[in-house]
Ligand binder design. Sequence first.
Ligand code: CA
Length: 388
Amino acid sequence: MSLKNLIDAGDSSESRWERKEQLLKNVLGLNNITGKRRACEAVNMFRGSFYSYLDRRISPKRPIARTFRIAVKLAILLVLVAIGHSPGATKPSFQVWLADVRKEALSIGVSEETLNSAFRDLRPIPMVIERDRSQPEFKLTLDEYLNRVVTERTIREGRKKLHEHRDLLTRISKQYGVQSEFVVALWGIETRYGQRTGSFPVLAAVATLAYDGRRSKYFRREFLNALKILDDGHVSRENMNGSWAGAMGQVQFMPSSFQSYAVDYDGDGRIDIWNNVGDALASAANYLARSGWEGDQGWGREIQLPMGFNKKFINSRISKSLSEWHRIGVSGKGFPQNPNLQAFIVQPDGEVGRTFLTYPNYRVILKWNRSNFFAVAVGTLADRIAMP
Ligand SMILES: [Ca+2]
């Protein structure tokens, strides 16, 4: 199909145009990243021309200068496409790609036997790509997000879990220096205390994302880590389930986090973050401890800023002690308790929303998940669970 036919074939609706962009890319066979990027740039430029082309078709006047400009843009498109297109860079088939991963897996010590069983009938999952491509249509505010994840019900369930697993949590808390309520809050936010751990087969999910190309380097490493976990016998391929992006078990560890932080708390020789609550919660506590958690400190608190407060301190890397913030006029409930604690000022919604003073532990939560909404939710839920 020629480019001219492609242009003439469609109407102006967005979805048809999206499909046409895809078709254009497929027809031109641009699979290497540079080629794809250039094609996208070209297609974006060309999209404007397409709309003006349509305008012109429905308008009685057809200025020649416009047609000329469109012709020039089309010529530029063809040049860009020609530069980006390299015939040798066609994407290998999934099986060819797997054979390459196999070599690398063998080189890091994964056994032939594990690879044979792991790769049997392994194929990409289209829904994983769909999830990866779909962007939320609107952004929630912090309060909307908190209303979804820190509800009276999740607080009540959290207190129940704290009570139910009190001995285990006390031991874990002592061993790792992390307060029980934070371990329980992470468990609650991540999987609703183990109830929503995800039902995607992790091996196929991370293989899909590794093969896909958008974040292939990161997910190839996760895929290799997942193979190593299987090879070490912690879980069977059938039971290795998780989110569409490969986060596994009750505390949603990526395979690389599993390798770095997961622990066999009950000492049965297997790290089972899927079914064993002790292994899962000790792994979460170990993650926090190794990331710099301070067991005698909280996460932060909501505050009010004084009139005329210097905005350069908001969402910045500047920290001050609580007593200094107090002196500047920052105020809040029961504030300050530990005058020497260093704290940052965070406004998760930007200037319109609520303001928090955040302590070093808040930064540890951000290492787990780089989202201020997530960190405030974990902190808020922990506070609510701990204070009946
Ligand atoms: Ca175990």
